[in-house]
Design a protein around this ligand. Structure first.
Ligand code: ADP
Ligand code: MG
Length: 323
């Protein structure tokens, strides 16, 4: 591989915008909800990008865009430097695969494990016997061979997620997207699945997007982290910088919510209170201003641009210094 090839990102969102029309009840006109607002992300070859934010901030919408499953209202998705909209299904499937939160709803309950893992090979690479590859992949993900003829309902949550991972990787994709892959699992099993993903990433040379509302999980896996709020990227940094010196008040609040309270860590308490993000209440300024304890007049007046905070560190906050 040449140096030039290495410079091409594995995957890119370029100012991706997605709007949904949502009903507000019988007597009010439908409103427009912006689920992605000019979201730009770069996944470099071989890295893991963490994508974090509260429920409803647009993480899964971003994932569906990355998979080429979502018609965008603006912007584009590029896989290996090429627009995903111009790719056929077979190429997309070969390049990018996904593991979802709940393997029980993503795995057909009427099919046996061996079949579930063989299916992508049968659909996209007809003619060869998928048996050996399926067996090898099941072994790689630590799935017991004696259960290869079982149905999903007969498996534990962790075993089901291993099957979902094997199914995603059997096509040997370049990019693996994990959308909250451990959120439905018991805590003890979560760690096993995370360690498995770390191992597979190394062995298979995967580029990975890891989506989670749990920053502690992302810290363990990610090289860089992007923090989303109501469809926008509000902060992006190498994982160490984000955890050591988060600049956006929202990132600080997320960290406070997942780290054990430790005054010695120097993170100020910055509770978000009881209010929730309201995607329909956006003013002209910073979307986080209504919940932000540091918000000033200027924050509410006009859109806030992403600004450099340090090496590879961006934050969308006028009060980043004060934060
Ligand atoms: P997350 O994965 O971070 O929880 P989502 O991407 O699922 O967030 O959702 C982002 C926003 O878009 C939410 O407000 C959600 O209600 C809305 N949304 C997602 N899908 C649809 C849809 N098909 N129609 C209308 N609104 C949607
Ligand atoms: Mg989601």
């Amino acid at each position: 591989m040449t140096g030039r090839d290495d410079d091409i990102p594995a995957l890119e969102l370029v100012r991706a915008t997605k709007r949904y029309r949502v009903s507000q009840g019988l007597f009010r006109p439908a409103a427009e909800l912006t689920a992605l607002k000019e979201l730009s992300l770069v996944l470099r070859k071989g890295e893991t990008l963490g994508l974090v934010g509260e429920s409803g901030c647009g993480k899964s919408t971003a994932v569906n865009a990355m998979l080429g499953l979502l018609p965008l209202d603006g912007g584009s998705v590029r896989l290996g430097g090429r627009d995903i909209a111009a790719m056929g299904l077979a190429e997309r499937v070969r390049r990018v695969q996904v593991v979802f939160q709940d393997p029980y709803s993503s795995l057909n309950p009427a099919r046996r494990v061996r079949d579930l893992v063989a299916q992508p090979l049968r659909l996209h690479r007809r003619g060869t016997d998928p048996g050996p590859e399926v067996a090898e992949m099941l072994e790689r993900v630590g799935f017991p061979a004696r259960l290869a003829e079982a149905y999903p309902a007969e498996l534990s949550g962790g075993q089901r997620q291993r099957v979902a991972i094997a199914r995603a990787l059997v096509m040997r994709p370049e990019v693996l997207i994990c959308d909250e892959p451990t959120s439905a699992l018991d805590v003890s099993v979560q760690a096993q699945v995370i360690n498995l993903l770390l191992e597979l990433r190394r062995e298979l040379g995967l580029s990975m997007v890891f989506v989670s509302h749990n920053l502690a999980v992302v810290e363990h896996l990610a090289d860089r982290v992007a923090v989303m709020y109501l469809g926008e990227k509000v902060e992006e940094a190498p994982v160490d910088a984000l955890f050591r010196a988060p600049r956006h008040p929202y990132s600080r609040a997320l960290l406070g919510a997942t780290l054990p309270p430790d005054p010695a860590a120097g993170l100020p308490a910055l509770g978000l209170g009881a209010t929730a993000a309201d995607p329909l209440a956006a003013g002209p300024g910073c979307a986080f201003a209504p919940r932000c304890p540091l918000a000033a007049e200027a924050c509410r007046a006009a859109p806030v641009p992403l600004a450099a905070q340090g090496a590879e560190h961006l934050a969308r906050c006028l009060r980043a210094e004060a934060a």
